[in-house]
Write a protein that binds this ligand. Structure first.
Ligand SMILES: Cc1ncc(C[n+]2csc(CCOP(=O)(O)OP(=O)(O)O)c2C)c(N)n1
Ligand SMILES: [Mg+2]
Length: 298
């Protein structure tokens, strides 16, 4: 570990700058996602575009980490429960400076450190292997308990999908977190209304979802997951409550699959997208048109 490591933390910059940083971060992420997807011609691109603002709010707004020392003992942990969203996390890790941008182009290739489903043993900054869904929150509970035993002030951020709320293990973990009063645990759910088998509402209706988490003893916020200002405020709120012992928190984020690339937002088969060669540039152009990045303002 370098003695000159810079710790990125939410208190480094004031709130207007923090919002700009999150917006810029999400913009860079979305372009990384398109670049990675184009190499394969397909992938979980829609989820990553939809959830980019959530990743950005956490990484650029809250997660204490060191880009040049991803295993820094005092870091906050970001647990990607949904291994298939790895393309989104790789984009975040590059935007955060933990991965080199050039490496993203090896996405899902043989011998790459960036497999299609997230693997902790391969990728710097990937804390768990989340391919088997419904286990992330259970690991997060164990990690939060373990860190508290060690006297650590680190927080655990756990990213879940709405499909994972169908899993009984998620609810066992939710009750366990309340039982152990894991105030150092902050979860978020990407409510993109979609699963592999179709719309979430048709596979297994999980609404009213806030009430379920409240009943399990959690502090709950529900926000538009594609509104960076709303996300920043909600994560400010939950992190301000985070203590080693207290109620765990969750931010339920309603998002749109493919957000920012209109042709992908309109796609019917959106869980695993096949995208034609000529469509990648259309996606880039639509992203650039939709978002005006602060880095490009005079
Ligand atoms: C335990 C387990 N069951 C099934 C799968 C197969 N699977 C992969 S992604 C997925 C959809 C899960 O829902 P969600 O994450 O909400 O889907 P998305 O929003 O990405 O379309 C499923 C069932 C799996 N990876 N793990
Ligand atoms: Mg989903």
């Amino acid at each position: 570990m370098s003695l000159t490591s810079t710790t990125t933390t939410a208190v480094d910059i004031d709130s207007a700058d923090r919002l700009a940083a999150i917006t810029d971060f999400a913009y860079r992420m979305r372009h990384h996602v398109i670049d990675m997807g184009e190499v394969q011609g397909q992938g979980y691109v829609g989820q990553a575009l939809g959830a980019a603002d959530i990743f950005a709010a956490v990484y650029a707004g809250h997660l204490n980490h060191r880009a040049d020392d991803p295993e820094w003992a005092e870091r906050d942990r970001f647990l990607l429960s949904t291994g298939h969203y790895a393309i989104g996390l790789y984009a975040a890790l590059a935007a955060a400076g933990i991965l080199e941008t050039e490496e993203l182009l090896t996405y899902a290739a043989d011998d790459s450190r960036l497999p299609m489903s997230g693997m902790a043993s391969y990728t710097p900054g990937m804390e768990i292997s989340g391919g088997s869904l419904g286990h992330g929150l259970t690991v997060a509970v164990g990690m939060a308990l373990g860190l508290r035993h060690q006297g650590s002030g680190s927080r655990i951020f756990n990213f879940l999908s709405d499909g994972e709320l169908d899993e009984g293990s998620t609810w066992e973990a939710a009750m366990g977190a309340h039982h152990h009063q894991l105030g150092n645990l902050i979860a978020m759910v990407d409510m993109n209304a979609l699963q592999a088998d179709g719309p979430t509402a048709g596979v297994l209706n999980i609404e009213p979802v806030e009430q379920k988490w409240v009943a399990a003893g959690w502090y709950v916020r529900r926000v538009d997951g594609n509104d960076p200002a709303a996300l920043l405020e909600a994560f400010d709120d939950v992190t301000s409550r985070a203590t080693p012992r207290g109620a765990p928190s969750i931010v339920i984020c309603d998002t749109k699959v493919g957000y920012g690339a209109t042709i992908l937002e309109e796609r019917e088969k959106a869980h695993f997208m096949r995208i034609e060669d000529h469509e990648w540039q259309i996606c880039r152009d639509q992203l650039t048109e939709r978002f005006t990045p602060n880095s490009m303002k005079a």
